[in-house]
Design a protein around this ligand. Structure first.
Ligand code: F6P
Length: 446
């Protein structure tokens, strides 16, 4: 496993994308790229996208420009590996829901059909479990089947958490004649995708496995943003508006909003910044104390006294150190979180009562409502472009990689790099600084 938490530990070798073979077939869309050269708006397939985007970051590598770690650009290739007339593709969606899943499915199907002439596309039901067993029954994904799915939330294929035996999944793919598999999923599912790719390699099967990284938590590293995140945090701002309306319409009102975000507080931060009406943001990355003169409860009471009301946004993974962890995990191996929303509700109520101060507490938990909706316009565009990049990568014979956007460029990222660490809000970074500026909350709540 590559540990990618420290960018300096990433070597050019870590960023090398695996191939099932060398591309030797002229692509049906070669005309789109022939004659193009790198420009501020396009990266030629022979060029590379630098990992570091600051001078100091690059200088810290103590090497020449040619040796700087860099990513393979995404996009169509002049030559491809798979013969479109003999290619069958599979698609599977795994893990929790995320806005844009259907957009990616539709984007893959239409890109394969319209630009490569690959019309044998199959969708596996309910995550990886749809790829094993005697009764595997993939759905044929035709143009008609995907016609209007991008207007719906969820995934038409169904989804589930949990892994399956990779060699059994490869057996199924071989039996169905599938040589290109798209896995739309979060870190656990992407690790599963890498295992499928390795198992195929061991068995001598030319199978391209391409991941399209999915998570509303935006916690996949070396991606500017994961798809669905923007729709999800935008949706969360509706709950913040409701909480503010309630809190500011009652004497001594506190609106407490809990949003998703297991280990990364991006949804909480972005939703708070988008509404610009929030007084405290509590996220997993920034520890806080409830009690004491500098603790959250005292600061909240001060704010309500001064302002008449306050709005608090808490990410579900915040303040987990206030609980005893019982070791429970879900089917993906994620720790089951304790209910920070419930604890805050209880402690805020008790604290105001103990201080003899009036309080009207309104608790809003939008829960799954922020991720079960269709993608907004921005995410719809992003999903389509990720799907196009995924098809180009697969047809060119790349494998064990995900498509993503880094510094605004579409790139290929080897799965171990995308799953080797977690994207989190940096308490010393500019996003958290913006949150502190916008909320006026103290830098430390202890
Ligand atoms: O992983 C994304 C996420 O949205 C987390 O923020 C959340 O904890 C989790 O999914 C909940 O998903 P489920 O209840 O489906 O396991």
């Amino acid at each position: 496993m590559v540990s990618t938490a420290d960018p300096l530990s990433i070597t050019p070798d870590d960023l090398r994308v695996r191939r099932v073979g060398e591309p030797a077939i002229l692509s049906p869309i070669a005309g789109l790229v022939q004659g193009r050269v790198s420009s501020p708006h396009y990266v030629h397939e022979s060029d590379r996208v630098l990992l570091d985007d600051t001078l100091e970051g690059a200088e810290a590598r103590l090497c020449g420009v040619a040796d700087l770690p860099s990513l393979e650009p995404g996009g169509p290739r002049e030559y491809i590996y798979f013969d479109p007339s003999r290619t069958r593709a599979g698609i599977v969606t795994c893990g929790g829901l995320c806005p844009g899943l259907n957009n990616v499915i539709r984007g893959l199907v239409l890109e394969l059909a319209d630009n490569y002439g690959v019309t044998d596309v199959f969708g596996f039901r309910d995550g990886f479990r749809g790829l094993v067993g005697a009764d595997v029954a993939p759905v044929r994904l035709s143009r008609e089947v995907v016609a209007d799915i991008h207007n719906r939330g969820g995934t038409i294929l169904g989804t589930s958490r949990g892994d399956q035996d990779p060699s059994l999944m490869v057996q199924t793919l071989v039996r169905l004649g599938i040589s290109v598999l798209f896995v739309i999923g979060g870190d656990g599912s992407l690790r599963g995708a890498a295992k499928i790719a390795s198992s195929a390699e061991r068995l001598g099967v030319a199978l391209s496995v391409i991941g399209v990284p999915k998570t509303i938590d935006n916690d996949i590293p070396y991606l500017d943003q994961s798809f669905g995140f923007q729709t999800a945090f935008t949706r969360a701002t509706d709950s913040i508006k409701s909480a503010l309306t309630e809190a500011s319409s009652t004497p001594y009102g506190v609106g407490l909003v809990k949003v998703m975000g297991r280990h990364s507080g991006f949804i909480a931060c972005y939703a708070a910044l988008a509404s610009h009406d929030v007084d405290f943001v509590l996220i997993p990355e920034v520890p806080f104390l409830l009690d004491g003169p500098g603790g959250f409860l005292r600061r909240l009471r001060d704010r309500v006294r001064r302002q008449g009301h306050a709005v608090v946004v808490v990410a579900e993974g915040a303040g987990q150190d206030q609980f005893e962890y019982d070791g429970a995990v879900d089917a993906s191996g994620n720790a089951r979180l304790a209910d920070i929303g419930g604890l805050l509700r209880q402690r805020i109520t008790a604290d105001f009562a103990a201080a003899g101060e009036e309080l009207s507490l309104r608790y809003v938990d939008p829960g799954y409502a922020i991720r079960s909706v269709p993608a907004n316009g921005w995410d719809a565009v992003y999903c389509l472009r990720l799907a196009q990049a995924a098809v180009h990568a697969a047809m060119a014979g790349r494998t064990a990689m995900v498509v993503g956007r880094w510094h605004g460029r579409f790139v290929h990222i080897p799965i171990p790099v995308a799953t080797g660490s977690r994207n989190q809000v940096d308490p010393n970074g500019d996003l958290w600084m913006s949150v502190l500026e916008a909320t006026g909350q103290p830098e430390r709540l202890f």
